[in-house]
Design a protein around this ligand. Structure first.
Ligand code: 3H9
Length: 650
């Protein structure tokens, strides 16, 4: 039974039991509606306590239903019925009350909660706005300025703040239910406050709206839901609750059917599925308390910072005193930047640095449960590291390489205990980027693989398993993406037109701006090495630019020119002249056509990756692109785009 009822001396206790998160689906809506009717007609019931089973109240509407047409009874009607019930409903909240869960609680006459309660309206993350009265009842319960932060800016209200704002009428210690029942009996003797929707409200000064609009628009990154949530809230203040509810519902319904919302739902489920791949479910990970990072460059220091942030102890290994001190400074600098932004306190900074040990050579490695190698991208150098690790580390310690291109099987050749080896490919800056490509070899043991996924969860990262090929999933698609962009340019499409098209699609930068930022020289050196091996690699525009000393921003120019100290790309006559021998006559192409070409190339490479078994699912490929390569979240990923093109043109 998804909704159960117990009666305790005139108090009906209604418990939503729809694990794992008590999401409100059609069955729950039907049952709540019929219970509200039934209780009103039952003279033995005086009041109702509504709660959720387990550690949370209700995580919102059932998102899985959003791919289907809306089905009655509709949640706004259920909540309106509860709000107008003759017998007052009281929400008893433990843990999260999110989205429709908070809206349901707001429809109750009063709310009690434990100290674990937290309240949010995360609908905008799903490309929608609250659709069951949240934009109207919340401002009337807690005030307009606070409600704007929750409705449109993702603010979560904790239990203490909820009491202060009047969202929660009483804090109750566990056990929740007896306390809530006693509270319900007590308030029956008093005059009840009016329902949330009937509470008086004063309109804020005009600046409150203009400032909120500015703030929200600047953070929206092209997403439309946050500003629309604000508009619905504002409509209800200026034109009254009834108009506000109508506006909210029509916006909710139209956004629910949008491409953007479908993309964000796709990622919501993909991100959760990624943490629990079917083939390692039930396999216990090895315990990891102390980890080592070999190599303290930008990548190694970022990985060490990520591990320290997650509470692990870290031994960072460098070759000499200068290397050790540089790495320590880099890591301290990363934490200091977090402290300045208010993400951590000075004490937390000191505590994190206190868990960092540095070592010249491999002292202290015998204590480590996991070692991540992040040295120079060179097979011989990496092999030498693993030869030493094989001698020094405990036989059960997991050994990982952070290589981005080299075949992990070659790195692990000759390693004693190859079953404990795998690739853990972080993305720079490693303390920030969410993606972790996990690359097992054929020998990797299942519990070692499971430890990789568990580590990702602990670091707050999105793990994606990748098979072995040149570039794994992400860099392989990146190469194809860049090659296609270059094909367009060689066909005469202006460089700036390609970049502008990708920016208007939602990337922070176009492919050529990105190369200028990262530097053109590494890819050039790869091609030169291949040429030196006798492989037939034709000259590309990038080769001509690097040979002319244009390696990107760091040399003052690459595909574009850069004024000193200015990262804004300026079209470059010099670059055009240098690459002219490889470029066809100018061809103008519409932005959508450019995007379509590049999307098709990415999706085609993705399809090949799937067919070769390098990625386990199309959704995994989308996660790689969104979390590692700046693919705009609201577009869902290249494989999602491919699927939608099929659906929309069918
Ligand atoms: C809404 O409410 C609209 C209304 O305004 C209007 C309606 C008219 N539905 O995250 P986890 C699944 S929109 C369906 O791993 P945690 C999730 O897929 C909703 N399924 O756990 C996973 O499934 P599986 C607004 C859901 O402990 C499992 O539950 N609400 C939903 O790390 C466990 O999830 C939100 O956006 C759902 N609403 O975190 C809240 N939520 O086991 C979204 C979760 O098969 N949810 N699942 O992989 C969350 O933020 C987190 O899930 C939560 C738990 C914090 C609750």
């Amino acid at each position: 039974m998804t909704v159960s009822v117990d009666i305790d001396g005139g108090v009906a206790i209604v418990t939503i039991a729809n694990p794992p998160v008590n999401a409100i689906n059609r069955t729950v809506r039907e049952r709540l509606l019929s219970l509200a009717q039934e209780f009103d007609g039952d003279p033995a019931i005086r009041t109702v306590v509504l709660t959720g089973v387990g550690a949370l109240f209700v995580a919102g509407a059932d998102i899985a239903e959003f791919d289907r047409p809306v089905e009655p009874p509709f949640l706004p009607d259920v909540i309106a019925r509860i709000e107008r019930a003759g017998k007052p409903w009281i929400a008893a909240i433990r843990g999260a009350a999110l989205g429709g869960g908070l809206e349901l609680a707001l429809g109750c006459r009063l709310r009690v909660a434990t100290g674990t309660a937290r309240f949010a309206l995360p609908e905008v993350n799903l490309g929608i706005i609250p659709g069951a009265g949240g934009t109207q009842r919340l401002p009337r319960a807690i005030g307009v300025a606070e409600a704007i932060r929750v409705v449109a800016e993702n603010h979560t209200v904790d239990a203490a703040e909820a009491v202060r704002l009047g969202l929660v009428d009483a804090l109750i210690e566990e056990p929740l239910l007896p306390g809530a029942i006693a509270f319900a009996r007590e308030v029956l003797e008093k005059t009840l406050p009016p329902p949330s929707l009937d509470r008086p409200l004063s309109a804020p000064a005009q600046e409150v709206w203009t400032e909120a609009e500015k703030r929200i628009a600047s953070r929206a990154k092209g997403a439309s839901a946050p500003l629309q949530a604000l508009e619905a809230l504002k409509c209800g203040i200026e034109q009254g609750a009834e108009a506000g509810l109508a506006r909210e519902r029509s916006t909710f319904l139209s956004l629910r059917g949008s491409e953007e919302a479908a993309a964000l739902r796709h990622l919501f489920f993909a991100e959760r599925a990624a943490l629990r791949p079917a083939d390692i479910r039930g396999i216990a990970p090895r315990p990891v308390a102390t980890a080592s990072v070999v190599g303290g460059g930008t990548m190694g220091s970022g990985i060490a910072a990520a591990l320290l942030n997650a509470g692990l102890s870290v031994v960072l290994v460098e070759q000499d005193a200068a290397g050790v001190s540089r790495a320590r400074d880099t890591i301290a600098g990363l934490f200091e930047a977090s402290r300045r932004r208010g993400h951590i306190t000075g004490e937390e900074l000191a505590e994190r640095l206190g868990r960092l040990e540095t070592s010249i050579g491999y002292d202290g490695m015998e204590r480590c449960d996991l070692v991540i190698e992040a040295v120079f991208e060179d097979l011989a150098v990496k092999r030498a590291v693993f030869a030493a690790l094989g001698r020094i580390c405990r036989p059960d310690a997991i050994l990982a390489t952070n290589t981005s291109y080299i075949d992990p099987r070659l790195i692990a050749e000759g390693l004693p205990g190859p079953e404990r080896f795998l690739g853990l490919h972080f993305f720079s800056p490693a303390q920030i980027m969410k993606l972790l490509e996990i690359v097992p070899t054929p020998e990797t043991a299942p519990d070692v693989l499971a430890t990789g996924f568990d580590l990702a969860r602990r670091l707050g990262k999105i793990p994606v398993r990748a098979g072995i090929c040149d570039g794994f999933i992400g860099n392989r698609i990146l190469r194809r993406f860049r090659a296609e962009a270059e094909t367009l340019v060689r066909g005469g499409v202006p460089i700036a037109a390609v970049d502008a098209a990708m920016r208007s699609f939602g990337f922070a930068m176009g492919p050529f701006e990105m190369q200028d930022m990262a530097g053109l020289d590494i890819a050039f050196l790869h091609r030169e090495a291949a040429r030196a091996r006798g492989e037939p690699v034709p000259d590309l525009p990038g080769d001509l630019l690097v040979r002319a000393g244009r390696k990107g921003q760091k040399t003052g120019g690459g595909w574009y020119d850069y004024a000193p100290g200015d990262r804004r790309p300026q079209p470059s006559a010099e670059a055009e002249r240098i690459i002219a021998p490889l470029i066809g006559p100018r061809k103008d192409m519409a932005g959508e056509a450019i995007v379509a070409r590049l999307m098709a190339a990415m999706a085609q490479e993705g399809q090949a990756i799937l067919e070769e078994g390098i990625a386990a699912s199309a959704a995994d490929i989308d996660l790689v692109e969104v979390h590692g390569y700046g693919f705009p979240r609201r577009r869902g990923g290249p494989m999602f785009q491919l699927g939608r093109a099929d659906v929309n043109h069918a």
